[in-house]
Structures are given as structure tokens and as C-alpha cells.
Design a binder for this molecule. Sequence first.
Ligand SMILES: NC(=O)c1ccc[n+]([C@@H]2O[C@H](COP(=O)([O-])OP(=O)(O)OC[C@H]3O[C@@H](n4cnc5c(N)ncnc54)[C@H](O)[C@@H]3O)[C@@H](O)[C@H]2O)c1
Length: 259
Amino acid sequence: MAERLSGKRIFLTGAAQGIGLAIAEACLAEGAKLFLVDQDGTLLDKTVASLAAPKGHVGHATADISDGAVITAAVARATAELGPINALINNAGMNVFSTPLEATEEEWNRNFEVNVKGAWNCSKAVLPGILAHGGGAILNIASTHSFTIIPHTFPYPVAKHALLGLTKSLALEYAGQGVRVNALAPGYVETQKAIDYWNGFPDPAVARATTMALHPGGRIASASEIALAAVFMISDECPFMNAATLVVDGGLSQLQHPA
Ligand SMILES: NC(=O)c1ccc[n+]([C@@H]2O[C@H](COP(=O)([O-])OP(=O)(O)OC[C@H]3O[C@@H](n4cnc5c(N)ncnc54)[C@H](O)[C@@H]3O)[C@@H](O)[C@H]2O)c1
């Protein structure tokens, strides 16, 4: 069977671990070339060394997505190493969990710098090349926090709601020029970020079990299950999907209340 991402040159952020790493592995298995960025350069180096990739299929750079100039330089390097970038996956994100009255201005700013402006920076850096070469796809990793609220996670969901606004704005702006911009909204996924969240409770094991029990299927997603959806959305298998949000949460967001 033909590789589903053959000819795709993907700029992928937050690739050192978690969902980003799973997406990198899944995209490589489908024949894509990848340029991986993460702010954690030490971990990214280790991750890149561990990837089973044909020679010349993976480039990487340490970069903080909140810094527009750094991202512009990383995209230029990616283009020089791999050829014109025709797909972007905005995966890097961070949890900033507080309450509206306790969150500091610094937390508010960093939350938006990374979770919203970071995706805009990367989009702005890849779009001229995508437009010049006949089109491509952008996928933003949103969250079920993009349309529902868990108290005490403020202001993270405010930024994830805004990421859907960015998705739709870019999607409608460039729809006539061969560009598709969509969002993928995972629910709970077993990554370090989820483990850190459970570790914030007095009994992390109880917190973990409570999260599992919330789900209609009694479990949360693995990162590789999210990556399967990402491969589909960045591939040419859904050419008329634009400005859409695909929810991958095991049905949790449709549950009226726990049984
Ligand atoms: N894990 C979940 O339950 C879950 C659920 C829904 C959505 N998400 C979203 O999925 C994405 C990935 O989450 P994850 O769970 O894999 O997280 P993770 O913390 O396991 O990995 C995120 C990676 O992004 C990198 N990163 C963070 N800020 C960065 C920045 N400013 N510049 C460059 N790199 C940066 C980190 O160094 C890390 O390697 C995030 O956008 C997150 O909001 C996660």
C-alpha cells in the first residue's frame, strides 16, 4: 500500500515527547519528511536519535515557538534541509492551571504566548512557502478545553478556545489558495503533561483513577491514538475538511454526567 504522507514535508512543534513524538513516529511511518522543533533541546536530541527514519527524512532545531524570529529562522532551515514545507502541525503547548482570581499576569501572558501566539508564529512562518507552492495543510492541536471548562484550570482553556479562533481565521482567509487549516481536539491523553496534572493532587493515583472512571470506556487515550487522527487530517484523504475540529476523547464530551 502507498505511504499516506509521501511528499509531505512537515514542520512539527513540541516533538520531543508525548503527543508530538507519537505524531512524528506515525508521520515517518507514512513516508513524510519532518522538521521537529522543541524548546527542550536536550530531550529533542535524544528523541531524534531514537527515531527510526531514513537518512535525510528528519531535521530538527531547538526553538521556543513564542519567539517569532527564532521560528522564522527554523522554518528557513527546515526548507533548506527538506525542501519547501507543505504542512505544519502546531502541537507544542503548555498547561497553565489556576483560577481567575489567583492567576498572575505573567501566567496569563505566557499561556497566550505559547498556546496561541506560538501557533500563529509558526503559521506565519510557513504560510508564504505553502502559498507559493500551491497549498498545503495546517493542523492545530487544540483540546476539549477548546469548548468546555474544568474549574481551576484557568487560563489554559481561554487560550485553547482562542486556538480554534485562529484555526477558523486562517482556514477562511486562505481557503481559495489550496490551504486547509483544521484543529484536532484530544480529551485526556496519557503523556507527561497528564502525569504532571495528576501529580498536582494530594494522591496522584486516586486522581488518575478518577480521570479514568470519568470516561465512558473507562480509560483515556494513548498518544499514538491521537497521532492516528493527526495523520488522517494532514494527509490528502480529507481534501474538503477545512476550518473543522475533530474531537478524539472517547466520547467524554458527549456525556451528560458520570453514570
Ligand atoms: N496530554 C493531554 O491530555 C492533552 C489533551 C488535550 C490536548 N493536549 C495538547 O496536546 C499538545 C501536546 O501535549 P502533550 O501532552 O504531548 O504535552 P507534553 O508536555 O508531553 O509535550 C509538549 C512538548 O512541547 C514542548 N513545548 C512546550 N512549550 C514549548 C514552546 N514554547 N516552544 C517549543 N516547544 C514547547 C515541551 O518541551 C514538550 O516537549 C499540547 O498542545 C496540549 O495542550 C494534550
